[in-house]
Design a protein around this ligand. Structure first.
Ligand code: DHB
Ligand code: FE
Length: 281
């Protein structure tokens, strides 16, 4: 049977990808951020998964604002990297896992999550930057298949944090019911506090971020009790991306071990956070 072996939460700031692509990770601006990733990377490369379920949001690159599904799963065999306006990142296309993805869709629909199915999907920085956090030098191919799970966090009304945690729990059950012996890692991406536009552009809230980093391990339900307005108020209009970390947390069991953590301000306009958990240890 398949199992969820570990979960990674990480920010997905586009310029983190650009710093990697342009060889700037040792520049004074970027070095502290990338140094902070090191312990997590060392542990992840010693525990490679067979597949990744990657929870992220599209930023209007592949999914038009005219039609905004709340939860979408990509079932394709291959996902091209989106051109977000400055050319495609020089990273490999993402190979999917149609069989496990279809199993997730069926299981989630059976549990009454009304999932949208993407048979074709270009993946933006929300997905490719977290993959680079895991694997900075993929060469010609990413190390394993990836199933994109896309959450609407960019257009009101976003799903509740509670529903995101419940979705993660259902994903965990679905993975455990998959008959093949697969080690599956689940990524929750985005956040931490940031707001890119409007009167509060540049907002960072370290106290809220630290509280969230702390509680996600053993008290995720308290984070799921916060409303979407609570998230936007405390963490900014883009800080609500953090509800996707709860999908990851839900997919893990009750007992998790924190393997690594990093928090760095700023990466571009964002408080960049990372948390890595081993499941059930
Ligand atoms: C930035 C952060 C994001 O989450 C995003 O999607 C785009 C840009 C930033 O801080 O630059
Ligand atoms: Fe984002």
């Amino acid at each position: 049977m398949a199992e969820v072996t570990w979960g990674l939460a990480t920010s997905h700031v586009p310029s983190i990808g650009a710093a990697l692509d342009q060889g700037k990770t040792e520049d004074p601006y970027w070095k502290p951020l990338f140094d902070g990733y090191r312990p997590a990377r060392a542990w992840m490369s010693a525990h490679p998964p067979d597949a990744i379920v990657l929870v992220y949001n599209d930023h209007g690159n592949a999914i038009s604002l005219d039609l905004m599904p709340t939860f979408t799963i990509g079932t394709a065999a291959r996902f091209e990297v989106a051109d977000e306006g400055w050319g495609r990142r020089p990273v490999p296309a993402v190979i999917g896992h149609p069989d496990l993805a279809t199993h997730l869709v069926e299981s989630l629909l059976d549990e009454e999550f009304d999932i949208t199915v993407a048979h074709r999907l270009e993946v933006d920085h929300g997905l490719t930057v977290p993959l680079s956090v895991y694997c900075p030098e993929p060469g010609d191919a990413w190390p394993c298949p990836v199933i994109p799970v896309v959450v609407n966090v960019i257009q009101h009304p976003q799903p509740t944090a509670h529903r995101c945690l419940a979705l993660g729990e259902a994903i965990g059950r679905a993975v455990r019911a998959y008959p093949e012996d697969l080690k599956v890692a689940v990524f929750g991406t985005g956040g931490m506090s940031h707001q890119l536009a409007g009167e509060r552009a540049g907002l960072i809230n370290p106290a809220f971020d630290r509280m969230f980093l702390d509680k996600i391990q053993d008290a995720p339900r308290s984070l799921a009790d916060l409303t979407r307005e609570d998230y936007v108020r405390a963490a900014g209009s883009e800080g609500i991306e953090m509800i996707m970390w709860l999908v990851m947390r839900g997919a893990l069991g009750q007992n998790v071990t924190r393997i690594a953590e990093a928090y760095h301000v700023p990466a571009s306009n964002t408080a960049a956070g990372l948390a890595l958990f081993e499941n059930g240890a």
